[in-house]
Each structure stands twice: as C-alpha cells, then as structure tokens.
Design a protein around this ligand. Structure first.
Ligand code: CA
Length: 697
C-alpha cells in the first residue's frame, strides 16, 4: 500500500529510522487515510500540525522542487491552511473566496465567492483574510468575513445552507477557520479592536441551526443571555467587571477569532479568548479593578452542551491587546506523577509566556517567558503574571514588550511528538503606549483607548527609523516544553514570518516575510533547503500524499495586521504580496512565475503646505484614523495605497471626496465624515504631504 510506504518507520528508502512516534490516538488522524490527507485546520484534532509522512525527509529534501502553482488573483492577505480531501485541495483567499483545486496538478475545479460587500473591509482590524475551511462527509464549512457561516457541497461548491452568526450592524468579522466537532460546526469571530462582545457558537452541520453559544464576557447589564455561558458568567465573570465604562457600550472584547480545539479524550472544546475592548483597561472598566474574565484566557467547555469546564487567564485585566487566541496544541508529555504521560494543552500567546496546562483540569503546569519582556517579571505561585511598575501605562509613553502585535501572533506553531519540541514563529515588536486623550467611542474605527502616535512625532530625528527597525526581530524557536527552554533558535531578518509544519521526515517548514520557504532539520535547526517564492509568506504549509507521492504546499501573500503597518520596517524593500498556492515534490522542476507588479512612482505629487501646527494636528489625526491601514508615519507597506505618492493626496477636492464622502467605499475605504471634520481631514493631507516632501530616515 503506497500510503503506508510513505510513513516514517515503514521502510521507505531514506526514511529516518525510529520515528514512528507515539501510538495514534486521534480519530480524525485515523480517518485521514493514514495521514495522507490534511482534514482539519491543525491537521488533526490535537492540532499539532505534525504529519507522519516521511517520503520527503532530511536526507533528500535538497531535491525538493516546484510541482505546480496556482494564482489566487489577490494582492491582499492570505493566511490559509489548505484542506486536502479525496484528491482535492480547498484553499481560501482574501475576501473569504474559496478555491477548489486538483491536488495533483493545481487545476482549478471551482471557485466560490461569497460576495462580501467591500465596505465590510473597514471592520477588519487585520486585513480581509481567511484562515481556511472545515470538511465533514463531503460538506465544506466556510466562515465569511461579514459574519456568515456557509455549508457547501465539496464536489461542486454549491451552497447547502448559510447562517448569519453575528449582529451585522456591529463591527464583527470572521477570519478564522471553522472546526467540525461531532455533528456540529464551531465558529467564533473577531472585532475587539473596534468594540464587540466575543463568543463561540456551535451549529448543527445538517441545517445550520444553533446548538449552543458561549459568551466570553458578561452582558453589559450582567443579565443571563439564555446561553450555555450563563452560569459561568454569573458565578465567575460578572464579579470581575464594574458596572460602567466603555465595555458596557462596546461589548468588552474577548473574541474567539482563531484557536478552537476539540479535546477528544476529555470530550471538551478548548478555545483561545482574545483581548479586552477597548485595550486600555481603565477606559474599558474604570470602576472595577477586577480581572475582566474571560478576556485573554484559555477556556474549556463541554463539547455537547457548551457548559463551562475550566479556564486559565493568561493576562488578567488585559491592557495591551494580549490575546490568548494563539495556536492551542494538545499532546501527551511526561509530566504526570513519576514521569508518567499527562495530556496537556500548550499555548504561546501574545504576552510572551509559553504555557503548559493539564488538559483535563486546566491546572497550570508551567509558564515561562520565551521572549524578552518589559511588562512582567514572571509568574507568581498562583500562576498570575508579576507585572512591572511601567506595565500599566498612563498619560506618558511607555515602551511595552511584547507590543500589541504579540510575541507570537496567529501564525500557527507546530509540535513534533518525536522530538518533543514546539516550533514557535516568535517575534519582538515592542510598542510605545499611552492613554488616548481624545478617546471616544466611534463605531467603525479602531477603538483601543491607546494613542497610536505614541513614541512618534510629526518629524523624527534622523536615524530614528533605523533604530526602530533594529528593535524588531523574528525568530523560529524550538521550545522544549518539558525542559522549559529553547533547544535551538533560528534568527530571521525581521518579524512576522509564516506558520509552521512539522513532519516525520525530521523536518520543519516555514516561510518568511521576505518570501524564502525553508526546510530545517527538526532536531537541530540546521537549514537544509530553501527557495524564494517571489512573494512574502505568512500562511502555514501543509503536506499530503497522492499516488505514492508526497507533496508540500504553502500559500503565499502576506497582508494582515503587521503587513499593513510594516512599511516603515521594510521602507524601500517591501517584498511583494502575491496570492498564490505553491506545491512542491521531490524532483519537481516547475518554476515560480515572476511577479507582474504595477510600478508606483515614489515621488510627491504636490508640494508640502500648512503651518507646523496644522501638520502636528494632521499627525495626531492620521495616527488615530489612518495608521493601522495605511501605515505608521504615512509609510505604507504596499498592501494598501501609500498616501504619500497618491495623486488623490495632491488634490484637495479628490481627497475630500474619498475621505469624507466615501467615493472609494467600494474598495473598503469608507467615509470618515463621522470621525473627522473637514479641517481635520485637510490637516491629515498636510501631514501626508509633509512626509512625502520631507522624508526622514
Ligand atoms: Ca486584538
């Protein structure tokens, strides 16, 4: 049987010996044709992103070449984990568009475009991305950016049912992958940067009827919702919130926008819960001094009912956008009595600590810093972070590390059960933070309570950007969760590199923001193979086998939060962002097509104007309204237009049409008339032209 021959320890020529690994316990893995397919977001229920395939291994990976490529026709963010079932690859792209491809050849079988209104793009904090679909018995499940959940025929792409999972008048979005658990499909949402109340829902896979819902933060009036979370909120969460403040208007945050794992052994769902909204805890909840449960927590609920089982809050009273939504991995580690195996759940959330919890009880087994940090000096005996004095910033700017982009963001980490290593795509992106003096609730705009101009000025001293760039770091950390320290580390050129794939071939695959797709030796971190894919990479690779041939696939294109903000990091050498699926096999001799990118003439289209006071005002309004999409300091990464070189900036009438009248709303650039007066909009134009005409290094 060809498939068996592909597996480690099965005698395939060149397969490393003794890597058969622990016995298979995951029924989804068993169903996956002995690992030849990739049937769920994290590979299996345990979401280790570790494949048993070993045809491609450390002895022959140098012969890896391109089998085929497929153009996703987008320049916006791509974060998808492709799903491979029955010889078909399902890969999502920006705006929740789903592509079905022949996994052998890359030939397009069908495309499903859910037709998202482009104005919804303004609600998406972190680009119009999608991280993938779920599949069960020939039915695909797709979360749509505007909050719909759709069931589609996997053969034809035909819509079976569609439900709206959110209040679409609020700034909810869905970017995450649904998970199928038993006869239910689970989906959360995002929106805590703009102000929503988070929850996880379970829908019946047959007709999309709601089975249960777990709210992660209380109702503003603290009354029951008639939902699965009622008892837990009343008993545990309500007392940790005051009775007034921005949370009672904005929802408090706690969105479940990424990690949702099914712990089959304990028949429970473990979810990662996002940051508080607004970020600034004293704006969010000025009255109480409580922990604001369950923001920034890992929460386990009964799979059938959604009833609370346990929680562990990684960041009590979150103040820094420290989501705990990052990858959750289930594994067996020798951490039980006398070195016996214990089932654990592991996470490396934004706050910079690597946590190992008992999966059944949620008891903290260990929590250790995996990056340098300024906000905490460790965990106390109860497992609470010991905050430093400067952590809770006020009106003066404080450099916070990790910054809100996190020591680890959504890019999935992976775990090798044979090496007993967790591979973390880690980073250092510190951020200066202080309270936003102009804080007010604005329905469709970032609403964090933090001033995004913090640490910057309209004109920076020469050398400032160079110094800031030098602070930003990215690294691949092979973390030993038993020894509680890294076994090896690879330093990258900068932050925001791709998700990870681990294989029984003794390999770890990762793409970089500069477009290098690299295979490392899992045991040592030695680089064994690399190819530049001519586009930045953020998505995690996957692997599968068909007709006796193992393939590795990664989607390129790298929008998302940091990408939108990254212009000042890359300055003149921003890597291209081309949505493309690239598949490799041993001996593949295909090529990556050259990018065909429009040239942007990097020159100001009008002279600077305005008084220094006007430019200063424009700088502040730019930071509050424009920077998260068009880039800090008016330097775009190229995902969205660089306003400095835009002819629209040069023309006051066109500027007004776009900024205040919404003439480009069809592209996602909605009117800011509710947030900016005409004078303020014109001051922003003065600031942008000042930046265009007086660049500083
Ligand atoms: Ca967030």
């Amino acid at each position: 049987m060809a498939v068996l021959a592909l597996l480690a320890g099965s005698g395939w020529p060149g397969a490393p010996a003794g890597e058969a690994g622990p016995a298979e316990t995951d029924s989804l893995a068993k169903a996956g044709s002995a690992h030849a397919e990739w049937l769920s977001y994290g590979g299996t229920y345990d979401e280790q992103r570790h494949s048993r395939l070993a045809q491609i291994n450390r002895g022959n990976v140098a012969k890896l070449g391109v089998a085929w490529t497929y153009d996703l026709s987008t320049g916006r963010g791509v974060e998808a984990t492709p799903i491979i079932a029955d010889g078909v690859m399902y890969v999502t792209s920006s705006w929740s568009v789903l592509h079905a491809l022949d996994a052998r050849t890359g030939r397009e079988l069908w495309v499903h475009d859910p037709g998202v209104d482009r104005a919804v793009g303004a609600k998406a904090c972190c680009d119009v991305v999608n991280r993938g679909v779920a599949i069960r018995d020939g039915v695909l499940f797709l979360g749509v950016l505007d909050g719909r959940l759709q069931a589609l025929d996997a053969k034809t792409g035909k819509l079976i049912w569609s439900v709206t999972t959110v209040d679409q008048t609020k700034p909810y979005t869905i970017t995450g992958a649904p998970r199928v658990v038993k006869d239910m499909v689970l989906i959360g949402n995002g929106g805590a940067e703009l102000g929503v109340r988070g929850y996880l829902s379970a829908y019946d896979i047959k007709d999309g009827s709601l089975r249960w819902r777990f709210y992660t933060v209380p109702n503003p009036d603290k009354r029951p919702d008639g939902a699965a979370s009622d008892t837990a909120l009343a008993r545990l969460a309500n007392p940790t919130w005051g009775n007034r403040g921005a949370w009672t208007r904005d929802g408090g945050g706690g969105t479940v926008w990424d990690a949702i794992v099914y712990d089959e052994r304990n028949d429970q769902v473990i979810m990662g819960v996002g940051n508080g909204s607004p970020w600034n805890a004293d704006v969010r909840d000025p009255e109480g001094k409580g922990d604001n449960l369950f923001v920034s927590s890992i929460v386990a609920v009964d799979a059938d009912t959604g009833h609370y089982r346990w929680h562990y809050q990684t960041t009590p009273r979150d103040n820094w956008d420290y989501t705990a939504t990052q990858t959750l991995i289930l594994a067996e580690l020798p951490l039980g009595p006398k070195g016996t195996m214990r089932r654990v759940v592991m996470q490396a959330p934004k706050n910079g600590f690597f946590y190992v919890l008992d999966a059944k009880t949620g008891a903290l087994l260990s929590g250790d810093a995996f990056v340098p940090m300024t906000w905490a000096s460790g965990l106390d005996a109860r497992g609470r972070p010991i905050e430093t004095k400067q952590a809770r910033y006020g009106d003066t700017s404080m450099l916070v590390a990790p910054g809100p982009l996190g020591a680890h963001n959504w890019h999935p980490m992976a775990y090798s059960p044979t090496e007993r290593l967790v591979f973390i795509p880690a980073q250092e992106i510190p951020q200066a933070m202080h309270r936003d003096a102009l804080m007010a609730t604005r329905p469709v705009a970032w609403n964090t309570g933090v001033d995004f101009s913090s640490g910057f000025a309209p004109r920076l001293p020469e050398g400032t950007l160079k110094a800031v760039r030098a602070m930003l770091k990215g690294r691949l950390i092979a973390w030993d969760p038993v020894a509680r320290k890294p076994r090896w580390t690879v330093e990258h050129e900068g932050p925001w590199n791709g998700g990870i794939l681990s294989t029984a071939g003794g390999l770890v695959f990762q793409g970089t923001v500069k477009g290098d797709f690299v295979a490392y030796e899992a045991a040592t971190g030695r680089k064994l193979w690399a190819m530049n894919l001519k586009s930045g990479i953020a998505a995690p690779p996957v692997t599968y086998a068909l007709d006796g041939e193992q393939y590795v696939t990664v989607a390129t294109g790298w929008g998302t939060a940091f990408a939108l903000a990254a212009g000042f990091f890359f300055d003149r050498e921003v890597p291209p962002k081309l949505g493309r699926v690239v598949t490799f096999r041993l001996g593949g001799n295909g090529t990556i097509p050259d990018p065909d990118l429009p040239m942007v003439e990097r020159t100001p289209k009008a002279p600077a104007f305005g008084t220094p006071q006007m430019v200063e005002a424009g700088f502040l309004h730019y930071a509050r309204n424009c920077a998260v999409c068009h880039g800090p300091l008016a330097i775009s990464s190229g995902v969205l237009p660089d306003l400095r070189w835009s002819p629209i900036t040069a023309d006051p009438r066109q500027w007004e049409e776009v900024v205040l009248k919404g003439s480009l709303a069809g592209n996602g650039m909605i009117s800011f008339a509710r947030h900016l007066t005409p004078d303020e909009a014109e001051a922003i134009r003065a600031y942008v032209l000042d930046r265009a005409n007086n660049p500083t290094g």
